[in-house]
Design a protein around this ligand. Structure first.
Ligand code: DHB
Ligand code: FE
Length: 285
């Protein structure tokens, strides 16, 4: 059977990708950000998954205002790195897991969640920056990836509770797949940031850290926080954080199992216009 062994949470700041691609990681500003991922890169080598189910958001790159799926699952064998305006990032294309992705689509749709099935899609910084942060700069990504895109760009966006429940359905789907696979689920985006308007530059350290505390200890309670609180407290782009609840909902304790172990926690301000948050939770199976 396929097993979810761990969940990983991380911000996806595009300037982090640019810092890596342009060889600036040793600059003092960026050193402090990347230091938070030293542990994680070793941990990922020691706990290499076969597949990562990667929850992220597209930034009007693959999807535009012409077509806005709330939840989209990538079922292709390969996903190209998107050109976001200055050429694709010099990172490997993403190798998918079409059989497992199709199984998850089937199971989750049968559990009453409507997914958009995507057989061709370029992936933007929302997906590639978390991979770069966790894997460094390999010639090929060391595992297969199922991209799972969530609309947090154009209102209406899904609620935290819907994301949390969807995570539970994804867990059931993965754990009913009849092949011994080590699967990790990643929740990405956030933390507090606002890129536009009079409040551009907003960061809320207290709210972010409370979010991390509650994500660990009280995910269901956290799931009932309404989207307006994210916007008010964490800024217009802070709403990206609802995606973390999908990954958290897929952990064993939510289905009656044991509490996860917090392997790593990191929080840093600033990186570009956002706070960087990062967590690794390991299931105790
Ligand atoms: C920034 C952060 C994001 O999440 C994003 O998608 C684009 C830009 C920023 O901090 O600049
Ligand atoms: Fe973003």
């Amino acid at each position: 059977m396929a097993r979810i062994t761990a969940s990983v949470y991380t911000s996806h700041v595009p300037a982090i990708g640019a810092a890596m691609d342009l060889g600036k990681t040793q600059e003092p500003y960026w050193q402090k950000v990347f230091a938070g991922y030293d542990f994680s890169r070793q941990w990922l080598k020691d706990n290499k998954p076969d597949v990562v189910f990667l929850v992220y958001n597209d930034h009007a790159t693959a999807f535009s205002l012409e077509l806005i799926p709330t939840f989209a699952i990538g079922t292709a064998a390969q996903f190209k790195v998107a050109d976001e305006g200055w050429g694709p990032r010099p990172v490997p294309d993403v190798v998918g897991a079409p059989d497992l992705a199709s199984h998850i689509a089937h199971s989750v749709i049968q559990q009453d969640f409507d997914l958009t099935i995507v057989n061709k899609m370029d992936v933007d910084h929302g997906l590639t920056v978390p991979l770069s942060l966790m894997c460094g700069q390999p010639r090929e990504w060391p595992f297969k990836v199922i991209p799972f895109a969530v609309n947090v760009v154009q209102y209406p966006v899904p609620s935290g509770m819907r994301c949390f429940r969807l995570g539970q359905a994804i867990r059931k789907a993965i754990e009913s797949y009849d092949e011994d696979l080590n699967v990790q689920i990643w929740g990405t985006g956030g933390m507090s940031h606002q890129l536009q308007g009079p409040r551009a530059g907003l960061i809320n350290k207290e709210w972010d850290n409370r979010f991390l505390d509650r994500l660990i200890e009280d995910p269901e309670g956290l799931a009932s926080v309404p989207h307006i609180e994210y916007v008010q407290e964490a800024g217009s782009e802070g709403i990206e954080l609802v995606m973390w609840l999908i990954a958290r909902g897929a952990m064993a304790d939510v289905a009656g199992g044991r509490k996860p172990t917090v392997k790593h926690r990191f929080y840093h301000v600033p990186a570009s216009n956002t706070a960087v948050g990062h967590l690794i939770l390991e299931n105790n199976l």
